[in-house]
Design a protein around this ligand. Structure first.
Ligand code: ADP
Length: 606
C-alpha cells in the first residue's frame, strides 16, 4: 500500500470509530427525546381525561341532589317539576331532566311533553343506576353527527334522575385545554365512537373507531402511546391515550409525528451535520497531510528511478527543512557527484577511444612510410642522394615509433607506480643544442625556423638526462606539430632563483584559455584552433589539418608533467590563441654534488 493510502487508513481508523460512537450517542439522545415527547403526550391525554371527568362530575351534581330527595318528595311530581325546572334553568345546554322509578316509568319530566328516551338507553341507564353505577350514555338517535349525552344518578329505591345534555356542550371544557401546536383532541364514548374532535371535519363526529385497533393499547393499561395514520384525515400522528375514569370514555391527544419530533429531529440533524463536517474536515486534513508527505516521497522515488534508468540529471525536491527534504538534498548531492563522475567516465571513455585510434594511427603511419621507402630502396639504379634521403626518413619514422613505444611504457610505469628516474647532473645548454639538432630534420620538413638562442654560462641542472630529453623533445615536437608551416620556434635556457629554466617558444596556434586547466590531463588532445589572419594567407584550416602532422595520442604533456614533478621540477605554459605558446621547464640547480633532496639526505646522513 502507498504511503498516502497508509496515512489515510490511519486517519480513517481513528475517525471512523469516533464517528460510530458519536452516531450511537446521537441515536441514544434521539431515542430519549422521542420518549420525552411521547410521555408529554400521554400526560396531555391524561389532563384532557381529567378535564372531561370533572365536567361530567359537575353535571352530576344537581342530579345527585335530586336523587337524594326523600321518598315522598321523589313521588310528588308537581313539586319535582319545580325542582327539575330550577336545576335545568341555569344550564343552557341541558335538553331535559327526568325522574324515573325502578320500573322505568317516568315520574316527572321537564320540560313537560319532551321526547322520550330512545329504547335501550333508558334501560341501560336504569340498569347501571340500579347497580349503583353513575354512568354516561351517548344517544346517537338524533341523526348524522349529532348526539346527546345522557347521565343517570341512581335513587335509593332503584330509580334514577336522568339528564340529557347536548353533545355540543363538550366544546366548552375540552377547548379550554392548552395543547401543543397542531394537537388533536378526540373524545370517544364507550362504543368508541367519536363524540368530540378538536379539528374539522364535523363529519368525523360519530365515526366508529372500534375496528381500527387504535385503542387496543388502552385495553391493557389506563394510558398508552401509539403511532397511527388517521383514517379520517390520513395524517400520521403520535397519540397519547387515556381513559376517563369509570365513564367508559377515552381521550386521545394526537400530534403529527413530524411536528412532535421536530425539535428532537432538528437537534439530531444539527449534531449529525456537525459530526459530518468534523469527519470531512478531518479527512481533508488527513488527505492534505498525506499528500504533503507522499508527494515528496513520490518525487524522490521518481527521481531515484529516473537516476537508476540512467537519467543522471534527475533531481529530487529538496526545499524545506523536513526529513524528506533533507533526504532529497542528500540524494541530490550524491546524484551531483555521480553525474560528475559519470561525465568524467564518459570523457575518459571518449579519450580512451581516441587514444586507441591515435595509437593505431601513430603505429601504422610510420610503418607504412618505412615499408614504402624500403621497397623504393630495393629498386635498382636509385641515386645516392635519394637513397640517403629515404634512409634518413626511415630513421626519423623509427625514432617516432620508439618515442611512442617509450611513452606507452612510461605511461604503464607511471600508472603502476614503478616509474623510476635518476637524479644526475645535466648540462642544460648542451641538451638544448642536442635536441635542436635532432629535431631539425622534422622542423625543416615543415619549413620551420628552429633554433636555440645563446644562453651563456649556466649552472648544471638536477635531472634524469634521458627522461628530461624526452620531455623537452616532446615539447619541441608539439611546437613543430601545432605551428603552421614556416613558423618560428626558439629554445632558450636561463638560471633563475635556484632553478634552471628551459623555454620553448613558438608562434603557432596557441591553446584556448578554457583548455588550460586540462592541458596536462591524460589523453587530452585539443581541438585545432582557427588560423589567425596572418596565418590564413599561408594555409587554410582544411589544408592545415590535412597537411600538417597533427597526429598524437595526448600523452606527451601528461607524462612530461609527471616526469618533471618526479625530478623536483615543473612545467609552465603561457599561450594565446593565434599568437603562439611558451612552454617552460623548471629544474632544480645541481648543487654541492647532488640534487637538493639528495643533498638534504646526504646532510642528514652526515
Ligand atoms: P599530443 O601532441 O600527442 O596530442 P600532448 O600531450 O603532447 O599530446 O599535447 C596535448 C595537446 O596540447 C595537443 O593535442 C595540442 O592540442 C596541445 N598542444 C601541445 N603543445 C602545443 C603547442 N605548442 N601549441 C598548440 N597546442 C599545443
Amino acid at each position: 500500500m502507498s504511503i498516502r493510502g497508509r496515512l489515510l487508513t490511519l486517519a480513517i481508523g481513528g475517525v471512523v470509530p469516533l464517528l460510530v460512537v458519536g452516531l450511537t450517542m446521537l441515536w441514544i439522545v434521539w431515542g430519549g427525546k422521542q420518549q420525552q415527547a411521547n410521555e408529554s403526550l400521554e400526560q396531555q391525554a391524561e389532563l384532557a381525561a381529567v378535564v372531561f371527568e370533572r365536567w361530567i362530575d359537575a353535571q352530576y351534581q344537581p342530579l345527585r341532589t335530586i336523587a337524594a330527595y326523600p321518598e315522598e318528595r321523589l313521588n310528588n311530581s308537581s313539586s319535582l317539576d319545580a325542582d327539575l325546572k330550577a336545576a335545568l334553568a341555569p344550564r343552557s345546554y341541558w335538553i331535559d331532566l327526568r325522574v324515573m322509578d325502578a320500573g322505568g316509568k317516568v315520574v316527572a319530566v321537564y320540560p313537560a311533553g319532551g321526547e322520550s328516551l330512545p329504547p335501550g338507553v333508558a334501560e341501560r341507564l336504569l340498569e347501571d343506576a340500579r347497580r349503583g353505577i353513575a354512568n354516561v350514555e351517548t344517544d346517537w338517535t338524533r341523526g348524522e353527527g349529532r348526539y346527546v349525552l345522557a347521565l343517570a344518578a341512581p335513587t335509593e329505591r332503584g330509580g334514577a334522575v336522568i339528564a340529557r345534555i347536548d353533545g355540543a356542550a363538550l366544546k366548552e371544557p375540552l377547548q379550554g385545554i392548552t395543547l401543543p401546536e397542531r394537537a388533536l383532541v378526540t373524545l370517544l364514548d364507550q362504543r368508541r365512537r367519536i363524540v368530540y374532535r378538536s379539528q374539522t371535519p364535523e363529519s368525523a363526529i360519530g365515526f366508529d373507531l372500534s375496528d381500527s385497533g387504535m385503542l387496543s393499547a388502552l385495553d391493557k393499561q389506563s394510558t398508552a402511546v401509539i403511532v397511527v395514520r388517521s383514517s379520517i384525515d390520513n395524517v400520521e400522528r403520535v397519540y397519547g391515550l387515556a381513559r376517563v375514569g369509570a365513564t367508559g370514555y377515552s381521550v386521545m391527544v394526537g400530534v403529527p409525528s413530524a411536528v412532535l419530533y421536530a425539535p428532537a429531529w432538528r437537534q439530531l440533524t444539527f449534531y449529525a451535520l456537525v459530526s459530518l463536517v468534523v469527519f470531512f474536515c478531518t479527512m481533508a486534513a488527513a488527505l492534505l497531510i498525506a499528500r504533503s508527505i507522499a508527494r515528496p516521497v513520490r518525487l524522490l522515488s521518481f527521481a531515484t528511478e529516473q537516476f537508476g534508468e540512467g537519467n543522471f540529471s534527475a533531481r529530487a525536491p529538496s526545499e524545506g527543512r523536513d526529513e524528506i527534504s533533507r533526504l532529497g538534498a542528500s540524494f541530490n548531492a550524491m546524484a551531483e557527484r555521480l553525474e560528475k563522475r559519470e561525465a568524467r567516465f564518459a570523457e575518459l571513455d571518449r579519450l580512451k577511444s581516441e587514444f586507441v585510434s591515435g595509437v593505431s594511427h601513430e603505429l601504422r603511419t610510420p610503418l607504412t612510410t618505412i615499408k614504402a621507402l624500403t621497397k623504393l630502396l630495393m629498386r635498382e639504379g636509385l641515386s645516392e642522394e635519394k637513397r640517403r634521403e629515404y634512409i634518413e626518413t626511415i630513421s626519423i619514422e623509427c625514432d617516432r615509433q620508439i618515442d611512442l613505444v617509450l611513452n606507452l611504457l612510461d605511461l604503464s610505469r607511471i600508472e603502476g607506480g614503478v616509474f623510476r628516474i635518476t637524479h644526475d647532473r645535466v648540462d642544460v645548454g648542451q641538451l638544448v643544442q642536442s635536441v635542436v639538432k635532432s629535431e631539425t630534420r622534422s622542423a625543416e620538413k615543415r619549413k620551420h625556423d628552429l633554433a636555440a638562442e645563446p644562453s651563456g654560462e649556466l649552472p648544471p641542472a638536477c635531472a634524469d638526462p634521458k627522461a628530461l630529453r624526452r620531455v623537452l623533445s616532446n615539447i619541441v615536437e608539439n611546437a613543430i606539430k601545432y605551428t603552421p608551416d614556416g613558423g618560428r620556434i626558439r629554445l632558450s635556457a636561463r638560471a633563475e632563483d635556484n632553478e634552471v629554466l628551459i623555454s620553448v617558444v613558438d608562434n603557432g596556434r596557441g591553446i584556448p584559455q578554457e583548455d588550460m586547466p586540462i592541458l596536462f590531463d591524460k589523453f587530452y588532445r585539443g581541438e585545432p584552433a582557427p588560423l589567425s589572419d596572418a596565418m590564413r594567407g599561408a594555409a587554410s584550416d582544411a589544408e592545415f589539418l590535412e597537411d600538417a602532422d597533427v597526429s598524437g595520442v595526448g600523452l606527451g604533456l601528461y607524462l612530461g608533467r609527471n616526469v618533471m614533478e618526479q625530478m623536483g621540477g615543473r612545467i609552465e605554459v603561457v599561450s594565446e590563441v593565434g599568437r603562439g605558446s611558451t612552454f617552460t621547464l623548471h629544474l632544480p640547480v645541481w648543487r654541492n654534488g647532488g640534487c637538493p633532496k639528495q643533498a638534504e639526505r646526504n646532510n642528514g646522513d652526515g
